[in-house]
Design a protein around this ligand. Sequence first.
Ligand code: 5CA
Ligand code: ZN
Length: 409
Amino acid sequence: MHAWPASEVPALPGKGRDLQIHDTATQGTITLAPGPVARIYVCGITPYDATHIGHAATYNAFDLVQRVWLDTKRQVLYVQNVTDIDDPLLERALRDNQDWSELAERETALFREDMTALRMLPPQHYVGAVEAIPGIVPLVERLRDAGAAYELDGDVYFSVESDANFGKVSNLDAEAMRLLSAERGGDPDRVGKKNPLDPMLWMAARPGEPSWDGGSLGRGRPGWHIECVAIALDHLGMTFDVQGGGSDLVFPHHEMGASHAQVLTGEFPMAKAYVHAGMVALHGEKMSKSKGNLVFVSALRRAGVDPVAIRLALLSHHYRENWEWTDEVLAQAVARLERWRAAVSRPDGISADALVEEVREALANDLDAPAALAAVDRWVELQIATDGDDESAPGLVSRTVDALLGVAL
Ligand code: 5CA
Ligand code: ZN
């Protein structure tokens, strides 16, 4: 699949800082020291509905990770998937009497437009589950041949007991895992499984549903976790720097992915850091396609909201926080954008050299975007109140917030 166009990232004077980030697996902060090419995998959308603010907040967090790396003069190799075949997509297509693949294509196209408008850096490899099937099948065959997978009425399941490290990404107890498995696409109550938590690797073709050639597995379609493992290993290899997603992916998705990869490669963990963004809520509940309590990025754009203000609204909350989207959050972002634009539209002003370092420091500290915004706010206030004569300052501030925060003034 093609991704979306990249906005340019200006180079800043001085030196970028290495990122310290909270890692879910070790439950602590680690300092990432990627090689000259930093590698990141971020779980992409299941395209049965438009991009909502929750999605955008999660992608904003991982966009910041990349901007910090780019500022250290590293290159970034970024991979994102599109779960363009899965139960929710088929259910929505059936409900609305439309073709599942057209639905997926339309929503993916809209996602690209939203990401472009929000100035999110595009992945170098944007890969759909369907196009990944030829790479998924041999992995499932290998897991089966290694005794880590078994068949149940034609479906193939992964055996969580085959991985001694199972549980080390999410650090949850058995009961919590069982509940989350039921809630998030698993089938713990299916009779005949070796362990209720075992996730499906390959689902045998069902009547009326799309299916693909699965070689020795027979016709069918891939499970969800193996999709991301196959795409990540294909384009990034093992032990890449960050696997990212919202906190609803900690279990089972990222736990199972690490497990599949561990059995396939003998290495653990698949990613050096497991990084998770908090959930955005609306009216007191997590924004989710299944609940329908959604604010769409595209709807805000159509209503004339400047996407830069949407981005500033996302940045006003720390990525690990669970927070609530309200009209007030957006109104504050709109007002902030106006102040910032007024401040940089002056021909000169007060020095911004210290500001560059403050924004760098805030982001390097577990992506503290609210602290970065506060630092810019302080410069803006001084700039408006004081008569400075530094002609390079307004341009430097524009380049700083553009490069590090994706905010175009
Ligand atoms: N296709 C899978 C990942 S492989 C999936 O979870 N798709 S999704 O469309 O449901 O979500 C896309 C991304 O947005 C995931 O990283 C998910 O964790 C995140 N996300 C979903 N809802 C929210 C929310 N309310 N707040 C923050 N992030 C969210
Ligand atoms: Zn994923």
